[in-house]
Design a protein around this ligand. Structure first.
Ligand code: WQD
Length: 337
């Protein structure tokens, strides 16, 4: 079975993908600099799969460290998650984001090329669509970004497009995630936000565990079902399984494709709050505040291409996402420590 390098493999989405790759029989190597995650995640992966993947504590800015990984392991494909991902932080520290997410990725692509490894699945984001003119969002929609984080995702897509244009022996998938939430059913893996969570569900979870008094709802004057923002929330396990299909496809086909990984369903802030309240059986108080800068009204995916190309579609609904998310949060109120 193929050997897959997962950069950022101890992170939220990365760790769930590592579990599913091992379940599928792949040999997995994890590379992470542990900036936003803990090595103990690997022990939890072993508890779930009985396999502790080979691990390199390595920063993608360390090119020689990357070369060591590729010289010591015959890697067939790379799933590239490693990168900073906080929108607000990227606005405050653009140089840090461009250095890490662009220069770091360039190091990876250059070292892959040096070792003849030309199959990569890139962790992109629906944020590259900016504020879509219509819904659901298709992969050929115009791309634009409103923050440095989103721009680093767009730049990575452009770089990978130019790499493919220069060498058609590459196989590249640009997977555009919508809003990943939930957790592995074991309750051992889940999201571990640092500081005050930017994202909705981790914040709601901290209200449910008594760490926050109430949810701040950023705006209720959008043109949506109840005035609050609508997003395409996808179970992180569905997202991980989408990567299994993506790797299978990428190992068989040359070319470059952008593919949405979403459910095709949109839920409002208040609908998610209600679903989480039903899951944890606790009240989630909230207060309405002004809109957050840069937030769009609605965003949800057209999932046709993922179904046709990858033979994949999400299967979990919002209730199961919240139940699994709560199952993790109640056992790990401060995330994985
Ligand atoms: C969802 C909705 C908020 C928090 C971001 C990134 C995107 C991706 C997913 C990485 C919005 C509202 C939120 C809160 C709230 N990350 N909200 N109170 O902004 O859709 O996407 O995370 O790839 O790139 O941009 O997700 O969870 O921050 O917000 O009312 O405390 O919840 O206004 O409508 P978002 P989010």
């Amino acid at each position: 079975m193929a050997k897959i390098l997962v950069t950022g493999g101890t992170g939220f989405i990365g760790s769930h993908t590592v579990v599913e790759l091992i379940n599928e029989g792949y040999e997995v190597i994890v590379l992470d600099n542990l900036y936003n995650s803990k090595e103990v995640v690997l022990d939890r992966i072993k508890t779930i799969t009985n396999v502790r993947p080979k691990f390199y504590n390595c920063d993608i800015l360390d090119k020689d460290g990357l070369r060591k990984v590729f010289s010591e392991n015959k890697i067939d494909a790379v799933i590239h998650y490693a990168g900073y991902k906080a929108v607000g932080e990227s606005v405050e520290k653009p140089l840090v984001y461009y250095q890490n997410n662009i220069a770091g990725s360039l190091n990876l692509y250059e070292v892959m090329n040096e070792f003849g490894v030309k199959t990569v699945v890139f962790s992109s984001s629906a944020t590259v669509y900016g504020d879509p003119a219509s819904l659901p969002i298709k992969e050929d929609f115009p791309l634009s970004t409103t923050n440095p984080y989103g721009t680093t995702k767009l730049f990575n897509e452009r770089i990978l497009e130019d790499i493919y244009a220069s060498d058609n022996s590459w196989s590249i998938l640009l997977l555009r995630y919508f809003n990943p939430i939930g957790a592995h059913k074991s309750g051992l893996l889940g999201e571990t936000p640092i500081g005050i969570p930017n994202n909705l569900v981790p914040y709601i979870a901290q209200v449910a565990t008594g760490q926050r008094d109430f949810l701040r709802v950023w705006g209720n004057d959008f043109d949506t079902v109840d005035g609050t923002g609508v997003r395409d929330y996808i179970h992180v396990v569905d997202l991980a399984l989408g990567h299994i299909k993506a790797i299978e496809y990428a190992l068989k086909h040359k070319g470059i494709e952008a593919i949405n990984l979403g459910t095709g369903n949109g839920y409002s802030v208040l609908q998610v709050r209600q679903a989480f309240e039903n899951a944890c059986k606790k009240e989630i108080p909230y207060k309405i505040f002004d809109r957050r800068a840069g937030d769009i009204a609605s965003c949800y995916a057209d999932t046709t291409k993922a179904k046709e190309l990858l033979k994949w579609q999400a299967k979990y609904g919002i209730d199961e996402m919240c139940q699994d998310g709560w199952n993790f949060s109640k056992n790990n109120p401060k995330g994985i420590e």
